[in-house]
Design a protein around this ligand. Structure first.
Ligand code: C5P
Length: 401
């Protein structure tokens, strides 16, 4: 198919190889052509025939296969793809890549290629944490090789920790992100999302009802337009956007530090429902009821206003800063005043009175407030709000006309 994107999938020898079959299936469904290469060790787990059957293409195995050299030399095989994906990337395969070995088809392809490479490591937690693997990982990253995962969790060997291969859907999201071309390609955009939790003691905290759904949807919509995302989220219940770099924080102060560390960015969207106050007299041991039954007095201190701080930066101010105004009364007047007060470029105002069902719900009704005035958008799903906002951002950044 003309214009079809092509992945060369190198399957290393690990139990996670069975998940690579699912990756082939998902990638094909997403429109990719996938050619598979198995290492000898991979064939102990899944047969080349399975990969050939699912990919609908020949699965390559041996370096010194004369037919292959006549039909498709290894150099051509390694360069015909838009992206080479190594999944699972075993500790051994990573070591070979880092050392520049070329003693079988997989390692030779990886050494001969000038195509971008993405690896999905999978190994026992101790192997992953071993200094040799750490060194190899640093070398590979330094060579410009992309890494997705590994995940943390229970492993086939019975141990627990980082080392499980990333799920096929997450690998595919990363593949799409790397091959993405879109109006926002090359732009870096920050999105904050979710509530913050402000501790009272080790078991209690102050929070709010934000689910993080709107922030996740905005990050996903911007990523779909090709932007590189930095997604800073508090403890939200909404799923994290796939294929987006996520920085998890708990408190407003942690969110502020993560935001500042992420600068410079081209645009910053502050969708988080940051707690305005934290408990100044939070304690590190659980509070007990005392004999008098008198409730403890919580002393509140103001949290940093991240949106205001970023909007007023003299250096590194993003070209476009967008805030949200969740209001229950006089939505437009309050949001317009908020835009001035914060110093941001746009405010997306929404009515969060409980009867609207917006806070924590799947729909949103927003008004976009810019220097030019207020534009009311019809009530629509949070995904549609996100897509429309992403388009407006692309226009504001001059990425589309
Ligand atoms: O002042 P208010 O909380 O209503 O402002 C809402 C906007 O400001 C949102 O965009 C929110 O993400 C941002 N904000 C912030 N830091 C705070 C409070 C709000 O970034 N401490």
């Amino acid at each position: 198919m003309q214009g079809q994107r092509h992945i060369l999938l190198i399957v290393g020898g690990g139990i996670a190889a069975y998940k690579s079959l699912e990756l082939v299936r998902l990638a094909q469904k997403a429109g990719f052509a996938v050619t598979c290469v198995t290492t000898r060790a991979a064939e102990q787990f899944v047969t080349p025939l399975s990969f050939a059957a699912i990919s609908g293409r020949r699965c390559y195995r041996e370096l010194f296969d004369l037919t292959d050299e006549a039909e498709m030399g290894h150099i051509r095989l390694s360069r015909a793809a838009d992206l080479i994906v190594v999944a699972p990337a075993t500790a051994d395969l990573m070591a070979k890549m880092a050392g520049g070995h070329a003693d079988d088809l997989a390692s030779t392809l990886l050494l001969a290629t000038d195509t971008p490479v993405l690896i999905a490591p999978a190994m026992n937690v101790r192997m992953w944490n071993h200094p040799a693997t750490r060194r190899n990982l640093a070398t590979l990253r330094g060579d410009g090789i992309g890494v997705v995962g590994p995940d943390e969790g229970e492993m086939a060997c019975g141990e627990y920790g980082p080392g499980r291969m990333a799920e096929p859907a997450a690998i595919l999201a990363e593949i799409e992100r790397r091959l993405r071309k879109g109006p926002l390609a090359g732009r870096r955009i920050l999105v904050t999302s979710g509530p913050t939790h402000e501790p009272i003691d080790p078991v209690r905290y102050i929070a709010n009802r934000s689910s993080g759904a709107q922030g996740s949807a905005i990050a996903a919509a911007l990523a779909r337009l090709g932007a590189e995302l930095v997604f800073v989220t508090g403890p939200a219940t909404a799923p994290r956007p796939e294929g987006v770099q996520c920085i998890e924080v708990e408190t407003a102060r942690e969110m502020r530090d993560a935001v500042m560390a992420a600068l410079p960015v081209d645009a910053a969207i502050f969708a988080a429902a940051v707690a305005d106050w934290r408990v100044e007299n939070a304690v590190t041991s659980k509070m007990k009821k005392d004999a008098t039954g008198a409730p403890p007095a919580l002393r509140l201190a103001e949290n940093p206003d991240i949106l205001r701080e970023v909007s007023r930066l003299e250096q590194n101010r993003p070209q476009l800063v967008v805030g949200f105004a969740a209001e229950t009364d006089d939505v437009i007047a309050n949001a317009t005043a908020k835009r001035e007060r914060k110093g941001c470029d746009w405010i997306l105002a929404n009515d969060v009175r409980p009867d609207t069902g917006i806070m924590g719900g799947s729909e949103n009704a927003v008004t976009l407030i810019t220097a030019a005035g207020a534009t009311e958008w019809p009530r629509m799903s949070k995904e549609e709000v996100a897509a429309r906002l992403a388009r407006e951002i692309a226009v504001a950044l001059g990425a589309v006309t």
